[in-house]
Ligand binder design. Structure first.
Ligand code: SGN
Ligand code: CA
Length: 515
């Protein structure tokens, strides 16, 4: 058994002389868990982290009344792998979900499964994306594959069930409904996995008034030339080059003059809307399309225009998430559940809001290596806490099991973060390990692995390329200057390679590397 934290109350409960009656009472005190995850939500668009673009008061509330993790990272910045890591507490090479294409091995231990074995009622609502059907849940209502923003189908405990409405609202409705009808004699663990803020960033028609006249400043490195970074120059996730006018930016004109690669995919999505949804949609976008066609933009002006459109719709999706998280917090409060429920908000990874000229994720660079993470549980976490230690999504499962008083399996590679809530842990990890595998694939981000310490990052891109990159995150936070070949940095390179190798040995990912 690894570190097993139990709040005082359960320690007392386990003392054998307590009467049955008291034991029952104490059992009731096991914390509930509400784990909320979005898809592709960047730190740049979460005001607990960054105030430039949007206020997210409900998301911030979780951190204000609990803890904001300032250095929270993923281990493989892509959807299905990240979800599998969170569920299993193991890196991708150990849980088998190395990319979005393989099917999750649902026979392995996951924290919901272990909680269920220990008396919890477990529920999963929203995006799943792991191909095999969920295991370990008393109830699941998951989107078919990635799902749709409007009128999406769910697979509810094996049956396909249609829905009507905007997906973020619908998922929240289902979550509230499940909470209302759950078995109230047991603690619950509910995972609410939003589709938002995933591509193609379709907003709720009710929020079209937001960000109407906003003008967003381009990141300094929006027109990055990728000098010294071969893998970065080979990617296909550039707003200027790869973002589709009709599909991503909804510039799909009735006259059919804007012909793009993915226009038909967008038209198929529109065709699934109800008349009322479609009318509200067209009312919003038709004037935008007319205005765009009149402008006849080219080059950098067109790139800037695309950025503005992208940001506007993405932020509206964030705003909807924020409102719906507020609904869940209100529900907990109204039902006297707020004190005894661990609330977690995170994303499956971060996202590029135009940094390096990009959308999407995958790279081990900061915007997609990081992921937002806030937690609230007043019994254990002091309000307004901040944790700056390097935590990773492998740590979620052990932490939640620890807080629930359930033994953490040896096979889990993450660590319980509970000691960090009490005090700083001087034995905490000093570096994190990363490994991304989904290549060749859409967006063409090469396979790579690497190490990130508090200050430095060393990355090795491999497969059909053999390139190393080294960044000093203090002097070069935007990761523009690859120092790998600098003569004076060779001792540092050797030191980081040694530490990288140690991490690969620790996590058992040594098979193919001979540097
Ligand atoms: C889809 C998106 C990609 C995205 C992947 C993975 N294209 O394929 O842009 O990188 O999902 O995202 S889309 O045209 O279908 O929107 S993930 O978050 O699910 O891993
Ligand atoms: Ca994602």
């Amino acid at each position: 058994m690894k570190s097993l934290f139990q709040p005082l109350i359960w320690g007392i409960a386990s003392v054998s002389f307590l009467s049955n009656c008291t034991q029952k009472e104490e059992k009731k005190e096991k914390p509930n868990i509400l784990f909320i995850m979005t898809d592709d939500h960047s730190l740049q668009t979460f005001s607990a982290y960054d105030n430039r673009f949007i206020q997210t008061p409900n998301l911030d509330r979780i951190g204000n009344e609990g803890v904001v993790f300032r250095n929270s990272f993923v281990s493989n910045s892509i959807c299905a792998p990240s979800r599998a890591v969170m569920l299993t507490g193991k890196h991708s090479h150990k849980n088998g979900q190395i990319n979005n294409s393989v099917s999750f091995d649902g026979s392995q231990d996951t924290y919901p499964k272990l909680l269920r074995k220990n008396g919890y009622q477990t529920s999963l609502i929203g995006k799943w994306h792991l191909r095999s059907l969920p295991t370990g849940f008393d109830n699941y209502e998951v989107l078919v594959d990635q799902g749709e923003y409007y009128n999406t189908d769910f697979i509810a405990n094996g049956d396909t069930v249609p829905s009507e409405g905007y997906v973020t609202n619908v998922i929240t409705d289902k979550a509230v409904d499940w909470l209302d009808h759950r078995d109230k004699s047991k603690p619950f663990c509910m995972l609410v996995h939003h589709k938002a803020t995933h591509r193609i960033w379709q907003p709720d028609t009710a929020l079209f008034e937001l960000f109407k006249d906003a003008e967003f400043e381009l990141p300094d490195n929006f027109f990055d030339d990728y000098k010294g970074r071969k893998a970065a120059s080979a990617q296909k996730m550039s707003i200027q080059e790869d973002m589709d006018l009709a599909y991503d930016l909804k510039l799909c004109d009735k006259e059919g003059e804007i012909q793009t690669k993915y226009r038909e995919l967008y038209e198929a999505k529109l065709a699934k809307m109800t008349q009322a949804q479609r009318a509200a949609w067209d009312k919003e976008y038709e004037p935008i399309i007319r205005d765009f066609k009149g402008k006849k933009l080219k080059g950098k002006e067109l790139a800037n225009y695309k950025y503005q459109r992208y940001m506007q719709d993405y932020l509206r999706c964030v705003a909807s998430v924020d409102l719906n998280v507020g609904r869940l917090l209100d529900y907990l409060e109204e039902n006297n559940l707020l004190e005894n429920t661990i609330v977690v908000y995170t994303s499956d990874q971060g996202f590029y809001m135009g940094e390096h000229g990009w959308f999407d994720k995958r790279f081990m660079y900061e915007q997609s290596l990081r992921t937002p993470l806030v937690m609230r549980y007043p019994k254990v976490i002091k309000e307004k806490s901040e944790i700056t230690k390097l935590v990773q999504n492998i740590d979620y499962a052990p932490t939640l099991l620890d807080l629930a008083g359930v033994e953490i399996p040896e096979a889990m590679q993450g660590r319980s973060m509970v000691p960090l809530f009490r005090d700083s842990d001087s034995n905490w990890r000093k570096a994190i390990y990363y490994h991304y595998y989904e290549y060749p694939n859409e967006h063409m981000v090469k396979r790579h692995y690497g190490i990130r310490t508090g200050r430095y990052k060393l990355i090795h891109f491999y497969e059909d390329i053999n390139e190393w990159e080294l960044y000093d995150l203090v002097n070069d936070p935007d990761e523009m200057n690859n120092l790998y070949n600098h003569a004076d940095k060779q001792p540092l390179v050797q030191q980081l390679k040694k530490e990288l190798r140690q991490l690969q040995e620790q996590y058992g990912d040594t098979d193919r590397f001979t540097y």
